[in-house]
Design a protein around this ligand. Structure first.
Ligand code: 5GP
Ligand code: ZN
Length: 127
């Protein structure tokens, strides 16, 4: 991991991490919202009319690591998910926030991310 200076202080970046590259601006993404410690961008392969990924700018591999980081960062990710849902017009009808955690659950990018899904009726149980 590399310690880099950012406008919000210092972050830890992982050189081969796709989402760290999006945070750094090295890989383009359709960014829809940004807060001091998070960014939100559209999923490249959307599974619903609204499909946005909300991530901490700091690298944590999964939800457990993010929860363990403390200092309110997980709260900030959750609050951003709701703000984006409001901005996308899906907060009234309902939306889903998913953290795929581990390969069996379908996690493919190991920089923790909340999937915000909405804009259509979402089946339960999920596949
Ligand atoms: P996971 O499978 O880890 O829960 O979610 C990873 C998500 O990242 C997938 O939904 C996938 O479509 C999305 N994704 C993968 N590569 C890119 C990319 O380069 N840009 C964006 N915006 N999304 C990506
Ligand atoms: Zn990362």
């Amino acid at each position: 991991m590399r310690r880099v200076s950012t406008s919000s202080g210092y972050d830890y970046r992982v050189p081969d991490c796709l989402f760290c590259k999006i945070v750094a601006g090295d890989v383009p993404a359709k960014i829809v919202a940004e807060s001091g410690r998070t960014i939100a961008f559209r999923d490249i392969n959307p599974q619903a009319p609204t499909h946005v990924l909300i991530i901490p700018k700091q690298h944590h591999r999964d939800l457990a690591a993010l929860a363990g980081a403390g200092d309110g960062l997980l709260d900030e990710v959750a609050a951003q998910a709701h703000k984006v849902a409001e901005a996308e017009g899906v907060s009234g009808g309902g939306y889903r926030v998913v953290f795929n955690t581990g390969p069996e659950a379908g996690q493919t990018v190991f920089h923790v991310h909340a999937h915000l899904l909405g804009g259509r009726r979402l089946a339960w149980p999920p596949g």
